[in-house]
Design a protein. Structure first.
Length: 317
């Protein structure tokens, strides 16, 4: 029986042996550097380990950079069918890999910061603290809590601005130069070593070749941060905080299920990498702390789930 093949063009590495570059239709010069051969009868991705960046392939596919011509010399394949089979093949490969979870906490140091630091140690889970400069200078205790974060090898500390925009986000971002100076002040005053930012009130991503702006008013500030060497990270899942009580809104099971589903259906910004947003104040009491440990325990049930630092985001294969 004649086996069926189709070619997907991606920016990774060449190892097609059945077709030459002249068989590839609708490719750019960069595309022609790399190609992946798919045997759709078995629906397997033919790729060498540590050679193909599976996430980059999927990103190229989602951005429409991969073409799927019907290959008359072998067998006519509907481009839509070819695209679906190609995506399924990548999903199958990604499902075999480790999944990376980034536990991120905004607005510290606050009352809940010390508990977060202790839970990270007790559960041996890496956590990521996006801190506010003004909060660290409000009291000796909070300054000490910031130092606890810095001294803990399971915690990395990043920039969440000095003033948190005084919670007047549109006004704050309407002056990009002033907003940038606020982030620079936080970096200097707190002695932050990672040029990593989360912008208050905005779910903005800007790193490598990724630029995702949720609200236009933050775009110029984001670009100014990027020009000055900062990477900006948003989030995939938010464990919301009750504005009055400070308690977590969703249940542990709701957040756990959402993380599990998003990793499964590859709907995060970068597949197999999920960023969870939380706030330090959510864990200032025993009930909140129990919820956090329960979530970590639920995620640890999966042997292929690994807690990561944002400085390593995204982990690729």
């Amino acid at each position: 029986m004649l086996k069926k093949y189709f070619v997907g063009i991606v920016a990774i590495s060449v190892f097609t042996t059945l077709f030459s570059c002249h068989n590839i239709i609708g490719s750019t010069k960069d595309d022609l550097q790399d190609s992946v051969l798919i045997e759709n009868e078995e629906e397997e991705l033919v790729a060498k380990k540590d050679t193909v960046k599976l996430m980059d392939i999927l990103d190229s596919l989602n951005r429409g950079k991969i073409t799927f011509p019907a290959l008359d010399s072998i067998n006519k394949i509907d481009p839509k069918v070819a695209k679906r089979r190609f995506r399924d093949s990548i999903y199958n490969e990604l499902n075999k890999k480790e999944k990376h979870i980034y536990l991120t906490f905004d607005d510290g140091p606050l009352i809940g910061s010390r508990a977060i630091d202790s839970i990270a140690t007790f559960k041996h889970a890496k956590v990521n603290a996006f801190v506010v400069g003004r909060h660290a200078n409000m009291s000796k205790r909070l300054k000490n809590d910031l130092q606890r974060y810095k001294d803990n090898p399971l915690v990395e500390v990043y920039n969440h601005s000095y003033t948190h925009a005084a919670n007047r986000f549109h006004a704050f971002y309407s002056n990009p130069d002033m907003a940038y100076a606020d982030f620079a002040k936080c970096e200097t005053d707190l002695g932050l070593t990672h040029k990593i930012v989360r912008m208050p009130g905005r779910n903005i991503w800007l790193f490598d070749d990724t630029r995702r702006i949720d609200l236009a008013s933050g775009g110029q500030t984001a670009d100014l941060l990027g020009i000055n060497g900062f990477k900006i990270y948003g989030w995939d899942v938010e464990w919301k905080i009750n504005g009055l009580s400070g308690n977590p809104v969703q249940s542990v099971n709701e957040i756990y299920t959402r993380i599990k589903n998003m990793l499964g259906n590859k709907s995060t910004l970068k597949p197999n990498n999920v960023v969870l947003l939380m706030h330090d104040d959510m864990f200032q009491n025993v009930k909140g702390q129990h919820l956090l440990t329960s979530l970590i325990d639920s995620l640890k049930q999966h042997k292929d789930y690994k807690f990561e630092f944002m400085s390593n985001y995204p982990v690729k294969y």
